[in-house]
Design a protein around this ligand. Sequence first.
Ligand code: MN
Ligand code: MN
Length: 467
Amino acid sequence: MSEKNSAAKELKEKLLLNRKNAVFKLTDNELAECDSYCEGYKSFMNAAKTEREAVITAVDMLKKNGFCEYKPGMKLAAGDRVYRVNRGKALLIAVIGTEPISAGVRLCAAHIDSPRLDLKQNPLYEDNETAFFKTHYYGGIKKYQWTTIPLSLHGVIIRADGTSVTVNVGEDENDPVFCVTDLLPHLATEQMKRPLAQGIKGEDLNILIGSRPFRDDEASSAVKLNIMKILNEKYGIIEADFISAELEAVPAFKAKDIGFDRSLIGAYGHDDRVCAYPALTAAIDCKAPKHTAVTVLTDKEETGSNGNTGLCSSYLEYFIYDLAEALGSDGRTVLSASECLSADVNAAFDPNFPEVNERNNCAYINRGVCITKYTGARGKSGTSDASAEFAGRIRILMDANNVIWQTGELGKVDEGGGGTVAAYIANLNVDTIDMGVPVLCMHAPYEVVSKIDTYMAYKAFSVFMAD
Ligand code: MN
Ligand code: MN
């Protein structure tokens, strides 16, 4: 190599951004650590397909790791590990730090709801001796993707006498599954001429649930009657009980390795459990932090964070106020001194659809956890846009602890856009920045993430909580 070239190489290393695949930055042992961490993640994904199941699974893990339920008025001291469940659908976790609480908390916020098909309030009907459930889709989906795939049914039904029954059908190997039908190509000439968004319409997302009539020639709607009889025997419910139910149809797929090299994971609901699980495990592994570490796993992000289990509600604020009071400060002081990682996914560059991204400013699979300074659409509408100072602090912290990270914006300018809970937390006067795992085919029934990126999210959240 000539002297000139080596000077250029030296200068390049000193001055230019190094955007390499993380494989070149990790040892074999570190790669193996990423892979083994993701075994736990896959198990979590198979157990936690809805927000309610994610809360139950997480609480179980917390209890096994010395956390106890927080009750208002409870005395707290450094090293205490507590959690609190909000209406079975959102979870707050705190590990009390050694610094005074007035120095602020380190907050990690991820969401545990994912796009899916919710049953309508009066879902059961029969058409031409076939029984269906009517649905109303939840979150942003491409509707055509939700036909002809196996679906499982999860949720809770409150019966007329006030008792509740939990539903989970389609996950066990011996369970039946359900599906939304689609037209055969032979007869789809007209359907195929429609724009993709209208190929399958919202009211076409009807779930097939049975076809055998109750054996009585006199009865009409006998297939519906037979299904209701089965449901009554199994769950003790009558048709009116659907009115007080939350039933969610989700893909029945299991989380699996993707690729001959097993570098990726395919699963339903990576958005945002691929950040929720790293935040949860980071909280569990957080032993004696300086600042109190708070983790929130929230509901309703996919529909705009409204409602009392979404982050536009006051439940997070109230929890911080409770902690502040218990530890001799006040909520306003604590929030104003706090920092937050809004742990949500970003879109990974897809070589099959390169045109929607600007290649210098998008996230790539295997380049580590993605820091997103701002989200929003059009002219950064609806974003909190983290300050240069806070972005600088986080970047320096990550580098000092060998976290592999990248930056990325969701798509080209004016291509579309999206938001996270970052703005709602920043609105509480908390320094907030988005950080999460890049996802391929986000919001599809089967999403894809990299094992390295998932582990780097865990490492990033751990480092942040310990600081
Ligand atoms: Mn998300
Ligand atoms: Mn989403």
